[in-house]
Design a protein around this ligand. Structure first.
Ligand SMILES: [Zn+2]
Length: 732
């Protein structure tokens, strides 16, 4: 829903930013970067770290509110008394300080307090922790850092940088790197993992890159919502956005401004600021910098490079493997989701940012946006400081672990959860050396067994011409879950296993509980323009038109078989008959999808499931714009709702939609409900549930090499031999 306007919003520059009189916090529905630019030129300030589409809290005066009303931009005033809002937050902080439940981390800490903390860490462990001054600011403050590594000569060790607070108002982004420093120092005496990392790695932490701005957010007469540093621009407005001042696509026009009053002012030249110069000079003394995190708040994102373009970064598979490993580590602590993805995928592009510069220098670099996901934004309640620090520290450790392993496995299409019995499932795999330790591709091996005991068969995986690997995973003939893992050696002879440690991957045998191929009308409950029949290739005023046939056969279930969905649609349902799954476990819904829908700020498509008259639980909803131009198979785990239930229903929803931009909506074909019982018996050949002389005779009768995959090959190494015989006998 593009909004094209060439109107200039009337100027309302905030001459005195510490006075919020007449200014409100307004949620503005941002539809494109141009809108934000226009609003900023009118003096508006966005209360987010990065720009993106959708509901954006902004500081607006009354004139600007009138203007956006006139322009037809959707908005919602959420706070008219900002001083009162700040007072309420101060009260929360005071209570937290009095409770002291989180010790030092009970409340946010000033620049001075953080410096004292860093000094105390060094004093408590001078053999591993050394504080240092990175440089000075415009106002003459020192930027403090700390280096942490095992005693001895650190030369040649890998170097990893964590920093916080380029942006002054993002207070929790100060607490997180400080917490990481404290726990790495402590970990040296009580955490074997940390001990291992510090032997090989030097960790450099700079909690506050922007001390002047940070102090200004606390100062009487300052501004709680100050973002930039405090450069005197010799005019009405101070400050440069440090995270736009780096020498990578500096002043490139994506979320940048050359207006001194803008919150995203790039500065008079590249690296014009003492703070960015100091950090640059520090990094230039780190010859082995392998990875970097720049902490910000808020939104709960792990942003991969590039911020400034949609091009893939160098070593893209490794970049993605590390961000998923950090995201999983974070989720493992308090269950919070930090979405990993590129800046360009998740946000508007932004030029001249710090991690793009370190990426360009060869480091694996990320921006982590900390808690919360949205409101209350920068006012994260003090009680959430500790949990935010805990989960972020897990990401810090995940990064240290990652850069200390020689290579990484990745699976562009994921790994299969379900497969047909007796099949060989093919899926792509990449193995890449993270640094300079080449892989011995002759050693790439799949280890697989059926059930949960006995020897793992080994199968060599040969490399494709494009350097990828194609895994050929055999599955059990008798409804047994498969367990598998991979190994490969480096040319130095070090063997690496995936998954790490003792973990294995699992694949279940799918059996079809019900299926509908849409050759006949299933006569389900269809509201609005839901219908059964042949799609006609209509619609597509945005996105792609409908298909012209089903995935198989001519017919589908679809929303408006002849074109787009409507504007201002309410939730409109397609609901299945009730399905009896009372004897089923591990149920999964699979279907073919051809869907076009705008991003969920505006338009919605979803799938839900319920048992009996219970409430509907959402299985899937669009998290972005979807523009299918071919049929694709999608599958969702519905076991928590549907397993062992006699009356299960599935529901597809079209809507709600907003007042502009229409897409061609849902087309659905070949719906299946799959389940797996795992009822097989280990070592059973003929799947009769017992192991007896018949099974022995089958093994003997099939003796010899087995092309592809055979039932008698119960240790699936490709040969029917004594191993299989012993496995059958062993499970007698
Ligand atoms: Zn930020």
């Amino acid at each position: 829903m593009l909004f094209i306007q060439t109107i200039i919003v009337t100027t309302a520059v905030f001459l005195n930013p510490n006075v919020y009189d007449g200014i409100s916090i307004v949620n503005v529905q941002i539809e494109n970067p141009t809108q934000l630019l226009l609003l900023r030129e009118g003096g508006a300030r966005s209360l987010t770290c990065f720009d993106q589409a959708g509901e954006t809290p902004m500081l607006l005066d009354e004139a600007s509110i009138k203007q956006i009303k006139k322009l037809g931009i959707k908005f919602n005033i959420i706070e008219t008394n900002i001083d009162e809002r700040i007072r309420r937050f101060d009260q929360l902080r005071e209570e937290a300080r009095n409770n002291r439940l989180g010790g030092w981390y009970s409340d946010y800490k000033t620049w001075g307090e953080v410096n004292i903390k860093l000094q105390a860490l060094e004093d408590g462990a001078p053999d591993i922790a050394t504080t240092f001054i990175v440089g000075q600011t415009h106002e003459g403050r020192d930027i403090h850092g700390i280096r942490i590594s095992a005693p001895g000569n650190t030369e040649g060790r890998k170097q990893v940088l964590f920093n916080g607070c380029q942006h002054a108002r993002e207070w929790v982004a100060v607490m997180v790197p400080t917490y990481a420093a404290e726990h790495l120092v402590e970990g040296w005496s009580n955490d074997p993992e940390v001990q291992t990392y510090l032997e090989t790695t030097e960790v450099i932490i700079v909690p506050i890159v922007n001390p002047d701005g940070y102090e200004f957010t606390y100062a009487p007469g300052g501004d709680r919502y100050w973002r930039k540093n405090r450069r005197n621009n010799s005019g009405s407005c101070e400050g440069v956005d440090l995270n736009r001042n780096w020498d990578y696509d500096w002043n490139g026009g994506d979320s940048t401004s050359t207006s001194t009053c803008s919150d995203i002012y790039v500065g008079p030249n590249v690296f014009s600021e003492p703070e960015t110069q100091a950090m640059r000079d520090l990094i230039n003394t780190l010859p082995n910098l392998v990875s970097h995190v720049d902490f910000h708040s808020y939104s709960q994102l792990i942003l991969e490079p590039w911020a400034s373009s949609n091009n893939p970064p160098p070593r893209v598979n490794i970049v993605k493997a590390l961000s998923s490993s950090m995201s999983e580590a974070i989720a493992g602590v308090h269950g919070e989701t930090y979405v990993a993805g590129t800046g360009g995928d998740l946000l508007y592009l932004a030029d001249g940012v710090f991690p793009d510069w370190t990426t360009n220098g060869g480091s694996l670099s990320y921006t982590i946006e900390l808690r919360p996901t949205g409101s209350p934004g920068f006012e994260l309640p003090p009680g959430e400081i500790i949990p935010t620090c805990e989960e972020s520290y897990a990401a810090v450790k995940a990064m240290l672990q990652f850069v200390n392993q020689p290579l990484t496995f990745s699976f562009p299409n994921g790994v299969p959860q379900f497969a047909d019995q007796g099949s060989v499932v093919e899926f792509p795999m990449h193995i890449e050396s993270i640094f300079d330790e080449p892989i011995d591709t002759n050693t790439t091996t799949l280890h697989v067994r059926f059930g949960n005991n006995g020897t793992f068969a080994t199968r060599h995986i040969s490399q494709n011409l494009d350097d990828s690997f194609t895994v050929e995973l055999p599955t059990s003939f008798c409804d047994l879950e498969g367990e598998y893992w991979f190994s490969v050696a480096t040319q130095d002879g070090l063997t690496v296993r995936y998954p790490a440690g003792e973990e294995v991957l699992r694949v279940s045998i799918a059996t079809t509980a019900r299926q509908w191929n849409m050759d006949q009308n299933p006569n389900w409950t269809m509201e609005g323009q839901w219908g059964w029949g042949a799609p006609t290739g209509g619609g597509g005023s945005y996105g792609n038109p409908d298909p012209t046939s089903g995935a198989t056969g001519n017919n589908v279930l679809g929303y408006n078989l002849n074109g787009d969905y409507q504007n201002n649609l309410s939730e409109t349902y397609l609901t299945t008959e009730t399905v009896d799954l009372s004897d089923r476990t591990n149920t999964q819904l699979q279907f073919k999808r051809y869907l076009n829908v705008e991003q969920p700020v505006y338009d919605h498509a979803s799938v839900s499931v319920r048992a009996g008259n219970g409430s509907w639980s959402t299985v899937w909803s669009n998290q972005s714009t979807i523009e299918d131009d071919q049929w694709q198979t999608v599958a969702y785990d519905i076991s928590s709702v549907a397993d062992a239930q006699p009356e299960v229903q599935i529901r597809w929803t079209m809507g709600t939609t907003d007042s502009a931009w229409t897409y061609s909506g849902w087309n659905i074909d070949d719906i299946e409900i799959l389940s797996s019982g795992g009822a097989g018996v280990v070592g059973d050949i003929n799947c009769d549930g017992v192991i007896n002389v018949t099974d022995i005779l089958l093994v003997v009768g099939g003796w010899g090499p087995c092309n592809n995959h055979c039932a008698q090959d119960v240790i699936p190494d490709g040969t029917i031999n004594v191993l299989d015989l012993l496995h059958v006998i062993g499970n007698w």
